[in-house]
Design a protein around this ligand. Structure first.
Ligand SMILES: Cc1cc2nc3c(=O)[nH]c(=O)nc-3n(C[C@H](O)[C@H](O)[C@H](O)COP(=O)(O)OP(=O)(O)OC[C@H]3O[C@@H](n4cnc5c(N)ncnc54)[C@H](O)[C@@H]3O)c2cc1C
Length: 395
């Protein structure tokens, strides 16, 4: 592959954030995307739950959504209609959410194709190994070399090299903001194919929740997001996942006897957005920047919106229409409130999750409509008062 020694914009990472950034930056700038995976989207590190376009528009009303949220049906495993919350006692509540469950391999490939169609150069199987100012050392399938860029976008996931190299804070600086997610793809399960289920309870999933996300035809992604600080000593994440599948009073009836076809694991940054997401001519977006809804660990929508804003800002900056630092206020005006509120709620919920009776009481008192709002990174006043009151009681 013939790479130029210099690009207007270099983007590290071709996940949802980087590919979206590239698709928009390439409309008005020369763009290189560096991706260490040899096959885009593989291995998968995501359960693929993504609300449909109209739900996303309600979730992020101030956003000009990327057009790539209108993806082909071939990227979709299954459609779901509800989100159901199951309290530690087994009581459940549900609300309507029209959503797709994505095949992330196909979805990421689709996003990368859109970036290339827009004019970006994509270099797969290649790792950015060091960044010094605006010089990037890359090595991999196409050999080793140094590329220079006027603007760099770090869309390189939670353990971002770009953030670290630019002196921006990273997930390592915020241990309580780290959740670990582990999941199996399973076949032969007996589930409600219309509902995404979220289970709470400290014995099964400390400091987080477990999920069953239908993939259609009696298959599902079954996983959990856990916070290690809240785990029992000596119990691994995989132990918790097995305990959930085999022993949970409700879930085990649906899952026991199912066959595991693959295992996925990854880090989910639930500590909120980095205080600074740009330094000089470097920006970070998506998981690299903590752009994620902390109450549910959903990061695809915010990663793509932040990627679009980073790509547009990069192209505007190299064409003299704005400063790179404008990125900060641009993404905050579109998704800052949702991300910030979700972290605030997650912190309040951390206290409740230490006690199953408390968690059950809270879930019983919150209406389905308010649960949906919380999932979207909103905090209705009534819920705020309730959580604050509960927090006082547990001290
Ligand atoms: C188990 C699990 C389940 C999840 N389920 C959901 C879900 O159902 N719905 C949802 O909305 N979110 C989910 N998430 C979160 C979601 O996957 C992320 O928020 C989303 O992928 C973030 O996109 P991104 O582009 O910022 O980062 P990523 O998707 O992580 O992409 C970063 C890319 O950068 C590349 N990269 C990293 N370092 C380098 C380097 N040095 N050089 C070159 N390339 C590099 C990586 O290979 C990767 O392709 C889940 C996460 C996990 C771990």
């Amino acid at each position: 592959m013939n790479l130029d020694p210099h690009y207007d914009v270099a983007i590290i990472g071709a996940g949802p954030s980087g590919a979206t950034a590239a698709r928009y930056a390439a409309e008005d700038a020369s763009v290189l995307v560096i991706e260490k995976k040899k096959v885009i989207g593989v291995p998968v590190q995501c359960a693929g739950f993504l609300p449909k376009y109209d739900e996303l528009a309600e979730l992020m009303p101030d956003s000009d959504l990327p057009d790539t949220f209108r993806y082909p049906d071939s990227c979709v495993y299954a459609e779901t209609k509800y989100q159901r919350f199951i309290a530690p006692t087994g009581d459940s509540k549900q609300f309507d959410v029209d959503a797709n469950v994505l095949d992330r391999k196909r979805f990421d490939l689709y996003l990368a194709e859109k970036a290339v169609e827009a004019g970006a150069d994509l270099c797969i199987g290649t790792r950015a190994s060091a960044i010094d100012g605006m010089s990037i050392e890359i090595s991999g399938m196409w050999g080793s070399r140094t590329i220079r860029a006027d603007v760099i976008i770090g869309a390189d996931g939670p353990s971002s090299l770009v953030a670290r190299s630019a002196g921006l804070s990273t997930i390592e600086d915020d241990p309580m903001g780290v959740a670990h997610a582990v999941a199996y793809d399973m076949t032969g399960v007996t589930i409600d194919e219309d509902a995404v289920e979220m289970y709470f309870g400290r014995n099964f999933v400390p400091g987080g929740y477990a999920w069953i996300i239908p993939h259609g035809d009696c298959s599902a992604n079954v996983g959990m997001g856990i916070r290690s600080a809240m785990c029992e000593p000596g119990v691994t994440f995989r132990d918790y996942l097995h305990r959930f599948i085999n022993e949970h009073p409700i879930a085990s009836g649906k899952l026991k006897g199912g066959e595991v076809t693959s295992f996925i694991a990854g880090i989910v940054p639930v500590g909120g957005a980095r205080q600074k997401t740009c330094a000089g001519n470097v920006m970070i977006a998506g998981d690299a920047a903590g752009h994620l809804i902390a109450t549910n660990g959903g990061g695809i929508p915010t990663a793509m919106v932040a990627g679009k804003i980073a790509g547009e800002t990069a192209a505007d900056a190299v064409n003299g229409r704005c400063a790179v630092e404008d990125y900060e206020s641009r993404w905050k005006s579109e998704i800052g409130m949702q991300i910030g509120t979700s972290v605030y709620v997650r912190k309040l919920m951390d206290g409740m999750m230490r006690s199953d009776p408390m968690m059950t009481a809270v879930m019983n008192m919150i209406s389905p409509a308010h649960m949906k709002a919380i999932q979207r990174g909103q905090l209705p006043d009534a819920v705020k008062r309730l959580l604050k009151g509960m927090q006082k009681r547990i001290g």
